[in-house]
Write a protein that binds this ligand. Structure first.
Ligand code: HAM
Length: 417
């Protein structure tokens, strides 16, 4: 039996990297005043269809959707933003505090074609800043993303920035873009010919080489921005520059989810190969309206944890180094096992991580195991020690050893740690 295609087990030998990242998420999020939110891993299908948009790849092709036993259509979450906004509205979080700074980490499900950095079950860390329409909020989440990447030692990336303007401006632009693409329809790939009908903006970020050539001459949304959109975007750029954050304007960055307006961004890394996006996000003021609530400013991003780990693997040789037990109890005979176990308990109660042999192996095998585990200290018990209420404490690094009374083992061990 194998795990399903596109999923992966996170093995004990890999878990240290995940723990390091989780610690960093918590640290940086709380440094910026963000609080964690956890939502169910499945929602009513409608939540995602409304928020993400019917004509996106995510909703059209990639969702794990199933009728539950009551006949309701449920979907394993393909992203978190829709769930977080659903929860914010349901629990009236904004009535408690009109500005909500939230973060999350968890698993997502998308039925995609698996490849390096692309899975069917993957994990994201993300933040949502809800309740502000200001460009300062856009910049705050970008600064948080930068701080997090710095904190985990990732410095090689590019920030790509664009605006998708307001709904009205986007609609005007969309009409012009469709005219242009219609005129060039025969040069487009079959996929993009379909996108042209359903979701023309997505033609702009097609990976197909012929499509890429066609869209070079396409009008960009920047030719259509009204004063409000232009000002918002200009302020974001000014604030980023003031914070020494480098970025490039990528006029064809449209993102794969339909809920965005105004600022959108991606952090990309050449270390990732074809799935180059480490994180993506932007502003999505219209999602509340889709959910029947009043218009509310919101902006956020999510980063792919597997992709962070792929980059960190290349940079940090000690990424997978897990904490080691400090002490191993070694027993010379069967009768000493119980005696050893109560010493082990005393050490654990003193907060010293301790393991004991459970397999009744030879002294040599146990010492080899202590070495393999990287234990600093071996506590050795034989008949002699047992009868005299003593133990031998051996420093595995220096080879030094001392005999002490059983009540003094914790003190002797602590002295060498
Ligand atoms: P997204 O661009 O769909 O945005 O995903 C964000 C990140 O999740 C990507 O940059 C990538 O690192 C990772 N990711 C996406 N799909 C996969 C996959 N199949 N396998 C591995 N990693 C993947 C969102 O999900 C939005 N909710 C982000 C957002 C938050 N926008 C506003 N707030």
């Amino acid at each position: 039996m194998q795990s399903p295609r596109g999923t992966h087990d996170i093995l004990p030998s890999q878990i240290a990297a995940w723990h390091k990242l989780e610690t960093a998420f918590e640290e940086i999020a709380s440094l910026y005043g963000y609080q964690e939110i956890r939502t169910p891993i499945f929602e009513q299908t409608e939540v995602f269809v409304r928020a993400i948009g019917e004509h996106t790849d995510v909703v059209g092709k990639e969702m794990y959707t199933f009728p539950d036993k009551g006949g309701d259509s449920m979907t394993l979450r393909p992203e978190m933003t829709a769930s977080v906004i659903r929860a914010a509205i349901q629990h009236k979080l904004l009535a408690e505090n009109p500005l909500q700074r939230l973060w999350y980490a968890g698993e997502l499900f998308r039925y995609e074609r698996p490849q390096a950095g692309r899975y069917r079950q993957f994990h994201q860390f993300g933040v949502e800043c809800i309740g502000a329409t200001t460009p300062e909020a856009d910049v705050e989440v970008i600064l948080l993303a930068v701080a997090l990447l710095n904190r985990i030692g990732i410095h090689e990336y590019k920030l790509e920035l664009n605006t998708l303007a307001s709904k009205e401006v986007r609609q005007m632009y969309r009409e012009e873009l469709v005219k242009f693409l219609q005129d060039n329809k025969e040069k487009l790939s079959p996929d993009s010919q379909v996108r042209l009908e359903k979701n023309p903006l997505r033609v702009l970020d097609s990976k197909n080489p012929n499509d890429k050539i066609v869209v070079i001459d396409a009008p960009t949304i920047h030719d259509f921005l009204d004063e409000v959109c232009q000002q918002h975007f200009d302020t974001v750029k000014t604030l980023l520059t003031a914070e020494n954050i480098e970025f490039t304007i990528q006029p064809r960055l449209v993102r794969g989810l339909d809920y965005y307006s105004h600022t959108v961004f991606e952090f990309v890394s050449s270390a990732l190969g074809s799935q180059s996006s480490i994180l993506g996000g932007g502003r999505y003021n219209d999602m509340f309206v889709e959910f029947g609530a009043k218009p509310t400013g919101a902006v956020g991003f999510a980063m792919g944890i597997e992709r962070l780990i792929m980059i960190m693997e290349q940079l940090q040789p000690d990424l997978y180094q897990a904490p080691k037990p400090k002490v191993m109890l070694v027993t010379l005979d069967r009768e000493s096992l119980q005696y050893a176990q109560s010493i082990a308990q005393t050490l654990r109660q003193a907060g010293i991580s301790t393991v004991a042999d459970l397999q009744r192996r030879s002294l040599k095998a146990q010492m080899r195991e202590a070495d393999r585990l990287g234990a600093h200290i071996a506590v050795i018990i034989g008949e002699n020690e047992r009868q005299n209420g003593k133990a031998v404490v051996k420093n595995m690094q220096t080879g030094e050893q001392q005999e002490c009374a059983v009540g003094d083992v914790a003190a002797a061990v602590t002295g060498w740690l």
